[in-house]
Design a protein around this ligand. Structure first.
Ligand SMILES: Cc1cc2nc3c(=O)[nH]c(=O)nc-3n(C[C@H](O)[C@H](O)[C@H](O)COP(=O)(O)OP(=O)(O)OC[C@H]3O[C@@H](n4cnc5c(N)ncnc54)[C@H](O)[C@@H]3O)c2cc1C
Length: 432
């Protein structure tokens, strides 16, 4: 059965969330910019906690995890519908307890963590009391994890971690890091890498620099270059089994990528909304911008692109709920990841153009969105790598043609068709 309607009861919930985000949460982006991952202090706590409490009362807190894992059990499709509302605002995911990278991190601790690890890390993470960091990329290698060189070596009951990690988002404000390291260099990287849960204040964790994105002030950066310098952790810090890092990474990144895509729908829609309002508001050379065919083209292309993307994301979310197996949905998650940067880029760029000079200022959000689109083409893996994944998965369903000519080669098919319907063809000829 195919159905494109939202359950009316859940639609009411979404309507409430939409108004709540616009009225209560979006103002936080301007009142407390870039502070959503800074642990709460006195005054900010007073502003933020009541909003989180309201979300909890509505049953919308941490909807990304199943009830068995401490979440609400809404599944990815319902989360997608909610996330596209949250995507409008930087603060909204934190207020709803479903922000990246913590969602992905919570998911893998829930799946692979021991009871002690869940108590120590997952529970406070789900309560929104602390932040986490996923520390995988290295300065010399990102897209190819088989090149990672950070190691953990056993020393008695401990492990000692040494190496460098790059672009570890939110490390500076996180309570713990999930670090991917080589534990056995003698086997393939797919079997020789493991993950560790490392409290950020462990001696030897040295944040060398917090790198900022374009447009951020030098002191605003949140992507850390970390030197792990003889970082000693007990064996209980191992997440999952030894050598399981690749399997765990796939679980984490699969969820993370689709959550970004859900929020990107909301952000792209914000750009489209702004473009349409401006087109109806501004007049030049005798008519409104909305009467110019170029601008109509921008609006039509943006609407169609967003609709295609949204259906793709919702379908993929539905598949994740149905199969409960990221591996099985890998092709479509990768396809969503490939499309995501261009959807946001194209719509934001057109909206920026329609706003004229105002469009390129820091008084409207478009260039931030364009930078955001560029980030999406890299974070969680470059577009090129995901295209390769899509192509490989698509090709799995095909076989080479037998012989020299394609299976659909018309001369051979025509001959076969003529043979199949020879009796009728002869009759046709006879009638002429
Ligand atoms: C905002 C942001 C946040 C991030 N947060 C985190 C984080 O929290 N934790 C973390 O560990 N990492 C994080 N990353 C890092 C991210 O995962 C890497 O940037 C990404 O994996 C690419 O690695 P790289 O930057 O080293 O690029 P490289 O591996 O050097 O690749 C550079 C370029 O080479 C090309 N290329 C690479 N491989 C292929 C291929 N197989 N086929 C064709 N072309 C290819 C692509 O054009 C690619 O963009 C973040 C990145 C950004 C931008």
């Amino acid at each position: 059965m195919w159905d494109f309607e939202t359950d009316p009861e859940y639609q009411k919930v979404l309507d409430w969330a939409d108004e709540f985000v616009r009225e209560e949460v979006e103002p936080l982006d301007l009142a407390f910019p870039h502070q959503q991952f800074v642990p709460l202090d006195g005054m900010r706590r007073k502003a933020i906690d009541p909003l989180k409490d309201e979300v909890r009362r509505r049953g919308l807190w941490a909807t990304h995890l199943g009830t068995d894992l401490g979440g609400q059990g809404y599944g990815q499709l319902k989360l997608a519908l909610l996330n596209e509302i949250l995507g409008r605002s930087q603060w909204a995911p934190v207020i709803f307890g479903c922000q990246a990278p913590d969602t992905g991190n919570a998911e893998i601790i829930a799946h692979y963590g021991t009871d002690v690890q869940k108590e120590k890390y997952l529970r406070p993470l789900l309560n929104g009391e602390l932040f986490s960091c996923y520390s995988m990329t290295e300065p010399h290698a990102g897209a190819d994890p088989t090149m990672f060189t950070t190691t953990a070596v056993r020393d008695g009951d401990d492990w000692v971690i040494n190496g460098w990690k790059f672009f570890s988002s939110n490390a500076a404000t996180s309570s713990f890091l999930i670090v991917m390291v080589v534990t056995n260099p003698d086997v393939s990287a797919y079997q020789g890498m493991s993950m560790f849960l490392v409290p950020t204040d462990t001696p030897g964790v040295k944040i060398e620099r917090n790198i900022g994105l374009y447009g951020e002030r030098a002191d605003e950066g949140s992507h850390a270059l970390i030197h792990y310098d003889n970082v000693r952790v007990p064996s209980e810090a191992l997440l999952g089994g030894e050598g399981q890092a690749f399997v765990i990474a796939q679980t984490r990144l699969g969820g993370g990528r689709i959550h970004h895509a859900m929020r990107t729908i909301g952000l792209s829609r914000k750009a489209l909304d702004m473009m349409c309002e401006r087109a109806l508001s501004r007049e030049t050379q005798g008519s409104r911008l909305s009467d110019k065919q170029f601008v109509q083209g921008y609006i039509a292309d943006s609407y169609a692109q967003l609709l295609q993307f949204r259906l793709m994301v919702l379908y993929t979310a539905w598949e994740i709920d149905k199969y409960n197996d990221y591996k099985r949905v890998r092709k479509d998650i990768a396809a969503v990841k490939v499309v995501m940067p261009s959807v946001l880029h194209d719509i934001a760029w057109r909206a920026m153009q329609v706003h004229g000079a105002l469009g390129v200022t820091n008084e409207v959000p478009f260039l931030g969105m364009v930078t955001g689109a560029a980030v999406m083409g890299l974070a969680d893996g470059p577009t090129e790598v995901h295209k390769t994944t899509v192509a490989k998965q698509v090709l799995r369903d095909y076989r080479p043609a037998e012989g020299t000519w394609p299976t659909e080669w018309i001369p051979a098919k025509r001959q076969a068709a003529q043979a199949k319907y020879a009796e009728f063809l002869e009759h046709e000829v006879g009638n002429q």
